[in-house]
Design a protein around this ligand. Structure first.
Ligand code: FES
Length: 102
């Protein structure tokens, strides 16, 4: 059964930054956008497993640091013309605490 797991405080992640949490589902990158949206996706690019957490966040996308694929943070889908996806996880922020559904 999926449960909400606290993974840290919103203030611990800079705007347009990310942090990685190690979970039973593997390493998950928690992204914070300029508008304070939070997204959680596996820290693994669908191309060649690049660390998305080290990419550049812009709008609701991250650009992979290895070969510059753009990944939609809402869906985990690579943006055309690239193809593929990485798993997404539901996230929420309550009283400044970020949780993800695992
Ligand atoms: S590993 Fe991400 S673009 Fe190649």
């Amino acid at each position: 059964m999926a449960t909400w797991i606290d993974v840290g405080q919103l203030d611990d992640i800079p705007k347009q930054g990310a942090r990685v949490v190690s979970t039973r589902s593997g390493n998950i990158a928690i992204f914070r956008t300029k508008q304070d949206d939070i997204f959680a996706i596996r820290d693994e690019c669908p191309h060649k497993k690049g660390p998305l957490s080290q990419g550049i966040v812009h709008d609701k996308k991250v650009t992979c640091p290895l070969h510059n694929w753009n990944i939609n943070l809402e869906t985990g889908q690579a943006i055309a013309p690239d193809e593929g996806s990485t798993p997404c996880f539901k996230s929420r922020v309550i009283d400044g605490i970020i949780s993800i559904l695992l």
